[in-house]
Ligand binder design. Sequence first.
Ligand code: CP
Length: 356
Amino acid sequence: MSAYEHLIDLDDYSDEDLDSIVTLAQDIVKYPRSYSERCGGKIMATLFYEPSTRTQMSFQTAMLKLGGTLIGFDNPSVSSVAKGENLKDTTKIVSGYADILVMRNPFEGSAKAAALTACCPIINAGDGGHLHPTQTLTDMLTLKMEKGRLDHLKIGVCGDLMNGRTVHSLLKALSCYEGNEFVLISTKELRLPDYIKDIITKRGCKYTEAFSIEEAVGDLDMLYMTRIQRERFASEEEYDRQKNVYILDTDKMAKAPKDMIVLHPLPRVDEIASEVDDDPRALYFKQAHYGVYVRMALIISILENRIHPLPLLKGEIIKDKHCHNPKCITSTEPYLPNSFKRSGDALVCDYCDSKL
Ligand code: CP
């Protein structure tokens, strides 16, 4: 059991907690100056084992705007990780220097693993292809600011639905709101994992699947475009087969409703033609700027103990069972307890959510 209020997975928080973060972010958008000393004297560590522009810099900007200071690395090869230091030791050391630690790591479940031994709150800034909860908070603030609501929305998500951690976190969060309906636009190879479809259904929302933007775009409130995640493919050939299948251009935008908004977690490669940038419905740059405000709200909420997550490990420890997912953090950090949740007859890894 952890003594800290980490943000690993938005599922660990109540709807009230999530609403309170978004509401606080809306207030910060309106009155940013009144928050400028809120984290005076506090230190944030940002440990980025994977590249990032928006998440890393928006967290750093958020902490500086709150009056706090920063330590960390954006390339593990310049830290003692390059000498073979494991995640547990790095986390234990850095969390003793900082008041709050933001981490991105390529292994699924890595933020949860770090939180098990940290001595300050951990924020998951992306754990492999698994989750990216603070991108979802950014998307929720954008929807609230631009559409005025988080419920009764018809949402299209397009691209790499298999590997896109932003999509996984977003669908899980928005399926908690009444009346939301999802159109999953992807190739057969890059379909959404079944466990996320099960969550959508269990929470009472509907989804349909589509193979083209044209067939889906006519009655959407929001189209969420995503990048094909080159770094998650086993080979360049597999990536080449999937890249450039979906490109949003002005012809497709002409088929969309006048008030549909287009979001993208960014970075984009070719999936949105640059001609779309001039369309007033293209809000992806504004969305990235909202990310600073929602991260300010999150930092305040965690450091002031305003939100209360569920415990980190929810399953049972089964010593002789191991997760089979090679991208799971348990494959590289063997000291971690082998914890599994039950889903019907199946066991599900507590770190990466893969079925055994
Ligand atoms: N959206 C997002 O996570 O962007 P970065 O990879 O640049 O942080």
